[in-house]
Design a protein around this ligand. Structure first.
Ligand code: FCB
Length: 458
């Protein structure tokens, strides 16, 4: 048994998002995810977010749960179509909900960490993220939220995983709005990043002391054939649209030349205007990292199916049968997480003098039905242990990392998988009662002591 001590002041918590937990859809406008859920076959179990886990009505209970588990930080997102109406006016009930949630968190001693955009775009914005005007609307929405919550919310994330909101949504078709057009995906990418830059600039102006950032998802890719130039090239192309297009724009003020060259005619020639990249590169205070898995890739034949990697339709995932997998089918690769964190610190956040925060990490496990008794999710505990060891190793190697948030507090609506995948530390039964799993108790003890106990090498 070894014990790893996390640095004093390290912050612990959990993350959720509005569409995945809130429900109360009849009290807000439609988002693109409400529309997507109505498309036959789009969601694995045919479900939607109308009720979700009813957090809208049960938030006080959920905050009490967080506090009983000793959570220091709670990352949640705001549903844009709940707080603003199509005519641009604020919805007082929607604003009031977040006002009350933030008050409850502060009263319970839980630090609120607000994400402005976790994919539930108002359905009424014409063209969604393919329209440049959506970037301006986003910055306006950011300021409106800040006017209501800025006195208590001190950490603001603009976007969650813009890769999913652009490439997976506009090229791969797996997420709302379900389009399969590479040019739309590049245009969505740019407008998301522009919205981010505009929002950071606007928030900085009204609140210089706030902590501002964005969250990116990283799935490190490795070539299957070590010396195979074709495999190396497929990895370069996937890495280009999955990661570098975002990190290079935000930290270096430039889109990678190889990505634009690979995109060819799919890169809209009039997309980037003078000054856009300066805005996108407005300094931030923290980079959020969401990490779940890594991938081995080889160059193969394009499947003919829409790909979320428009410049790498020939990318083929190579299974590593010796690795454990989660219920998503994702391989468990904590060492890749450590290497990712060290690399991000070396190449991007270190030179910028800012920390990394793990804004999501966790796993789906096919937990038993909560009706059959308390859930003993050792597999989730093992996953979290292994990944926290990786975080600890990255810190020991010099990476500045100050926060770790588990995805997720509670089982919820897992996008195109509906309710078939469970990521929570807390289960919900048919009556939506909250039932903490063994992992919740394990995490509470870790937070209390700041010490990660490893029974053996995990
Ligand atoms: C991330 C999302 C989050 C959740 C997890 C499993 O990509 O940000 O909402 O779905 O994956």
């Amino acid at each position: 048994m070894s014990a790893l001590q996390f640095p004093p002041g390290f912050r612990w918590g959990t993350a959720t998002s509005s569409f995945q937990i809130e429900g109360a859809a009849e009290l807000r406008g439609d988002s693109i995810w409400d529309e997507f859920c109505r498309v036959p076959g789009a969601i694995a179990d045919g479900s939607d977010g109308r009720i979700a886990v009813d957090h809208y009505h049960r938030y006080a209970e959920d905050v009490a749960l967080m506090s009983s588990l000793g959570m220091d930080t709670y990352r949640f997102s705001v549903s844009w179509p709940r707080v603003l109406r199509p005519d641009g006016s604020a919805d007082p009930a929607g604003m009031g909900f977040y006002d009350a949630l933030v008050d409850a968190l502060c009263a319970a001693g839980v630090r609120p960490w607000l994400t402005l955009y976790h994919w539930d775009l108002p359905a009424w914005l014409p063209g969604g993220w393919t329209n440049r005007a959506t970037a301006d609307a986003f910055a306006d929405y950011a300021l409106r939220m800040h006017a209501v919550l800025g006195d208590r919310v001190r950490v603001w994330t603009t976007l969650n995983e813009p890769w999913c909101a652009s490439f997976l949504s506009y090229a791969g078709g797996q997420h709302a709005p379900g389009h399969t057009d590479a040019a739309e995906a590049f245009s969505a990418t740019h407008h998301l990043l522009l919205g981010h830059g505009l929002a950071v600039r606007a928030l900085r102006e009204v609140d210089p002391g706030a902590t501002l950032g964005l969250t990116l998802n990283f799935t490190p890719a490795y070539p299957a054939g070590h010396d195979d130039p074709a495999d190396a090239d497929v990895v370069r192309r996937v890495d280009g649209t999955a990661h570098r297009i975002f990190t290079d724009a935000v930290f270096r003020g430039a889109y990678p030349a190889d990505v634009i060259a690979d995109a060819g005619a799919a890169w809209p020639s009039d997309l980037v205007r003078d000054g856009d990249l300066e805005l996108i590169a407005t300094p931030i205070d923290v980079l959020g990292v969401n990490y779940y898995t890594s991938q081995l890739l080889r160059a193969g034949e394009p499947s003919g199916q829409p790909s979320p990697h428009p410049t790498a339709p020939d990318a083929v995932v190579v299974d590593r049968p010796w690795l454990d997998r989660t219920d998503m089918g994702w391989e468990v690769t904590p060492d890749a997480f450590r290497d990712l964190l060290i690399g991000l610190h070396r190449d991007y956040t270190g030179p910028a003098g800012i920390p990394l925060a793990i804004t999501e990490n966790g796993c789906a496990i096919d937990d038993p039905d909560p009706a059959s008794g308390p859930i003993d999710d050792q597999q989730r505990i093992d996953y979290l242990r292994g990944h926290l060891r990786a975080v600890h190793e990255a810190i020991a190697a010099g990476a500045a990392i100050d926060t770790y948030l588990v995805w997720s507090l509670i089982d919820n609506f897992e996008w195109a998988f509906g309710y078939t995948k469970r990521f929570g530390l807390v289960a919900v039964d048919g009556e939506l009662n909250r039932l903490p799993k063994a992992s919740a108790g394990w995490y509470a003890e870790l937070i209390r002591t700041g010490t990660l106990c490893l029974p053996e090498q995990v």
